[in-house]
Design a protein around this ligand. Structure first.
Ligand SMILES: Cc1cc2nc3c(=O)[nH]c(=O)nc-3n(C[C@H](O)[C@H](O)[C@H](O)COP(=O)(O)OP(=O)(O)OC[C@H]3O[C@@H](n4cnc5c(N)ncnc54)[C@H](O)[C@@H]3O)c2cc1C
Length: 416
């Protein structure tokens, strides 16, 4: 390593990569970020519960004070605010902060890396190489450098969404639709799907048909057809499609084992197994990871930075909580369309305090166990049987162990 080599090489310019680049540059770490097109505009419509953004600086494009969930013969308005992030402002803001604090941008695709005691050498696909003391893979779900955890993901969330302009629609601009599980009379066979709606105003909407989780990702064309049929059922005259979103998110990517390459975001197994979300978690953890890297480099070197980094990303209570959430995913995967509908009816029945921990990435295994216990007791008999069967799976047994042996309440408090 030479004195001019950066402290940190960040791979990827999504929410995780840019959040980490901004935080590390502002801490004084010399940082280089490499991505095929580091300033290409982000395309996904990022949504989040407003509460999950507490303490995080994240620009909001639109806020809905309530969220609706409904299914066959039931409908409920949840008293919980939901937001769509302003992806342009978020991206621009992070880039500007990072560049103002000295970030160096490189166009390139990371291919492989080798490591020595003083730092790492990153080989790009065009045969150039870059050197840095610490490497952080923020390459998303298709990350190439970080060695993945085992077994690899086998459950996927899929969605097909349109931003559309219509003459008239039935939704209130104050309330978004988180999940509409109602089905059409002649629905084609396939996994259960729900409609997600962000009504921006009287004419502009984002509508998305989603498979919450499935083992074998169905053909996305199936989702497009279901969305079309649903909009027709709702009497929505197809207006202009202003944007199309296709989404495939691995839901059960395990946490990578601690190793010399660090990771953040999708690359670090940080997708929430029940929602598919990870942006709020990346924004929350980026400054903590930057501080851990700075401290490791100051007190030991690259190995110590990697050790502290993994400890920060995946402390024991977070590992326990992820194990319990993974079981929740397994339970959902075991349900058919009727079971899924009844599951969410029972899940959203009590006030938000009772179910919100299940949808947050900051909950502890104990909090999740309480939600699950309450859910089980309020479920009808067929649903209890289905949940009991899921409880007998390997994931169920691991989850029970995590709940029983969860880190102490004192640690829980620190973590929460
Ligand atoms: C359509 C869609 C909608 C989603 N909606 C939500 C949502 O509403 N809320 C939420 O929280 N989450 C959502 N997610 C899930 C998840 O939060 C996003 O996937 C998020 O973008 C992950 O951020 P990331 O920075 O980890 O990875 P990404 O955003 O995928 O960014 C990866 C970056 O790494 C670069 N890269 C990849 N490979 C290499 C390489 N070899 N070398 C160099 N650079 C590389 C890419 O070009 C890109 O810049 C959604 C995902 C999708 C696909």
């Amino acid at each position: 390593m030479s004195l001019s080599d950066p402290d940190l090489l960040v791979i990827g310019a999504g929410p995780a990569g840019l959040a980490l680049a901004a935080a590390s540059c502002e801490l004084g770490l010399r940082t280089t970020l490499v991505a095929p097109r580091p300033t290409a505009p982000w395309e996904a419509n990022y949504g989040s519960w407003e509460a999950d953004l507490t303490g995080i600086s994240a620009p909001v494009h639109q806020r809905w004070s309530r969220a609706r969930v409904c299914g066959e013969g039931w409908s409920k308005s949840l008293d919980r605010a939901y937001v769509q992030l302003d992806r342009r402002q978020l991206q621009q803001g992070l880039l500007e902060r990072a560049l103002a604090a000295g970030l160096v941008l490189e166009n390139g695709t990371a291919a492989s890396a080798s490591h020595g005691p003083d730092g790492s050498e990153l080989l790009l696909s065009d045969a150039r190489s870059l050197r840095g003391r610490v490497l952080v893979d923020c390459g998303g779900h298709r990350a190439t450098l970080v060695q993945p955890g085992q077994p690899v993901a086998s459950a996927f969330q899929l969605a097909w969404g349109h931003r559309i302009r219509v003459k008239l629609h039935p939704w209130s601009p104050q309330e978004m639709v988180l999940m509409d599980w109602t089905r059409g009379p002649d629905e084609a066979p396939g996994p259960p799907t729900f409609l997600y709606v962000m009504p921006f105003d009287e004419q502009h909407l984002f509508v998305e048909e989603t498979v919450l989780a499935a083992r074998l990702p169905p053909d996305p064309g199936f989702l497009q057809a279901r969305l079309q049929a649903r909009l027709e059922r709702l009497g929505l005259e197809a207006g202009a499609v202003e944007e199309v979103e296709r989404c495939v998110i691995p839901m059960d990517t395990p946490r990578p084992p601690p190793q010399r390459v660090l990771a953040l975001g999708g690359a670090a197994g940080m997708v929430h197994p029940a929602t598919g979300y990870s942006v709020a978690t990346s924004l929350r953890l980026a400054p903590l990871l930057a501080r851990a890297i700075a401290s490791g480099l100051e007190h030991g070197g690259p190995d110590e930075a990697a050790r502290l980094g993994w400890e920060t990303l995946w402390p024991g209570p977070r590992v326990d909580a992820a194990t319990v959430l993974r079981f929740g995913l397994e339970a959902i995967l075991s349900l058919d369309a009727d079971g899924t509908d009844r599951f969410f009816r029972a899940f959203f029945e009590p006030p938000p305090e009772a179910w919100a921990p299940m949808l947050s990435s900051e909950s502890t295994a104990r909090q999740l166990a309480q939600v699950m216990g309450r859910m089980f007791l309020s479920a009808d008999m067929p649903l209890r049987l289905a949940l009991s069967r899921a409880g007998m799976s390997a994931e169920g047994l691991l989850a029970f162990r995590a709940m029983l042996c969860a880190h102490s309440p004192a640690q829980d408090r620190e973590y929460g």
